[in-house]
Design a protein around this ligand. Structure first.
Ligand code: CAO
Length: 422
């Protein structure tokens, strides 16, 4: 039995979306709830899951198309035994605005699955530039990266004219850094069996964002080790109290709190570089991103106003955002506006690593695994708990001495937190 899959309602007042990617192809056998396409709108980027399973026999849209809610995306053929009943159910808001829609009854669960379900897809900085789908498509057609276009509209909104102005600039600039396109990879199957898997949206965005960072930010990494023996004692002593409040007191929360203090002490690290206007943007708020490892890839939710929150509040908040990141429940707002980032890999292991500065930020703190080490003090070796830290920073704004001072300050305060009282 052939059934059409239509674009469900994506969000309130959104009537169409721009088709970023098709995640399946004709002939694929898909399962119910499997993501089939990725849609971008002004408000969000969203995976659209298949409301039914089956074999795809026709795909009626193309990447780059603007698709309207209710438009047929693809046709699926499935075994009628999987779908026992197709009923009209009153009151379910669905593919056609304001009208009743067909609801597929699953033979086993008896539970109705409306055709409108869609999972919010997390946003990363690559998606956060304000531009309509048609403007994004225009930029894409010209081979331009929308993230590099300066918007002149309200709130930096990008118009077609902005894209054209950027295109002109790119064409006229002999030193243009506009990305020229990806090189073909060789046919690896010549040397052995291979599998092909489409890149997920998160993977693609991480790839694009790190390439952007790598190409535009000259990065230096400063390493140090902090003696956290006393902090560890405090952490273990306070763990239960924080747990009662719903948080988990780990080094991430402590470093979050400490980073907020460091950013106030060293405002350059809380700034952004605006090369186009040859200015530095100093921010008077302290928002810090936390790198979270999820099954789908890296996500960086942002904790806002870190300096105004207690350690317990921060521990609870980290728990919440990490869980929401792992369950793909983060909102686009929670991914925006970070000034600095912490990437703690110490829960996994490692002695050091060099994190990459996020675009529009100037520094990121990498944290590796703490451990007890012999430290030479007052004529003898004593066991101390040492935490390896690495600070990557943007050399356009931050000089080596600044980077060293920042990290040394952090290490000193970790060793003797009372120093911040002075
Ligand atoms: N050294 C030693 N142990 C550490 C540690 C460190 N630096 N950091 C955390 N730990 C311990 C914790 O205390 C905890 O121990 P227990 O299980 O005994 O309580 C354990 O490691 C696991 O910690 P956690 O992951 O649950 O909590 P967290 O607050 O330390 O970290 C989060 C939260 C979200 C940062 C982390 O889970 C995560 O996703 N890290 C990966 C970040 C990442 O991918 N970075 C790379 C980005 S760039 O490629």
């Amino acid at each position: 039995m052939k059934q059409e899959i239509k674009l469900p309602e994506i969000a309130d007042n959104v009537v169409s979306g721009f088709l970023a990617r098709i995640l399946v192809k004709v002939g694929d056998v898909i399962e119910k709830d499997q993501s089939i396409i990725e849609i971008e709108t002004d408000k969000a980027a969203t995976d659209i899951p298949a409301p039914i399973g089956g074999k795809i026999v026709d795909i009626r849209v193309h990447a780059g198309d603007e698709i309207r809610v209710g438009q047929t995306i693809m046709v699926v053929e499935n075994d009628v035994r999987d779908v026992t009943d197709v009923k009209e159910v009153k009151g379910v808001k669905g593919v056609t605005e304001g009208k009743d829609v067909k609801v597929v009854m699953d033979a086993k669960s008896e539970a109705p699955h409306d055709l409108t379900s869609s999972r919010p897809h997390v946003l990363t900085p690559a998606y956060l530039v304000p531009a309509s789908p048609s403007v994004r498509r225009f930029a894409r057609e010209l081979g331009l990266d929308i993230n590099r276009v300066k918007g002149t509209g309200p709130g930096g909104r990008i118009s077609n004219d902005d894209v054209k102005a950027h295109a002109k600039e790119v064409i006229q600039s002999p030193k243009s850094t506009q990305f020229a396109g990806y090189a073909e990879v060789p046919d690896f199957s010549k040397w052995g069996p291979v599998d092909y898997q489409p890149m997920s949206r998160i993977r693609t965005i991480t790839a694009e964002s790190t390439v952007n960072s790598w190409q535009t930010i000259p990065q230096v990494v400063q390493f140090d080790k902090a003696d956290i023996t006393e902090v560890e004692k405090f952490r273990l002593m306070s763990k239960t109290a924080v747990e009662k409040a719903g948080g988990k007191l780990t080094m991430t929360a402590i470093l979050l709190k400490l980073s907020a203090m460091a950013l106030r002490q060293f405002p350059k690290f809380n700034a952004s570089v605006d090369m186009k206007n040859k200015q530095i943007v100093y921010k008077n708020y302290i928002n810090i991103g936390i790198a979270v490892d999820t099954e789908l890839g890296l996500l960086v939710p942002v904790v806002q106003d870190v300096d105004k929150k207690s350690l317990t509040e921060l521990s609870v908040e980290i728990n919440g955002i990490a869980e929401r990141a792992r369950n793909r429940k983060l909102t686009s707002e929670e991914m925006q506006g970070g000034n600095f980032t912490i990437s703690n890999l110490g829960g996994i292991g490692g002695t050091s690593f060099t994190p990459i500065v996020y675009p529009n930020q100037v520094a990121i703190l990498g944290v590796s695994k703490s451990g007890i080490e012999p430290v030479y003090r007052d004529g003898e070796f004593v066991p101390r708990t040492m935490l390896p830290l690495s600070l990557s920073y943007d050399h356009r704004l931050i000089d080596g001495a600044d980077g060293a001072r920042f990290l040394v300050w952090m290490c000193k305060v970790l060793e003797q937190p009372f120093l911040t009282w002075l």
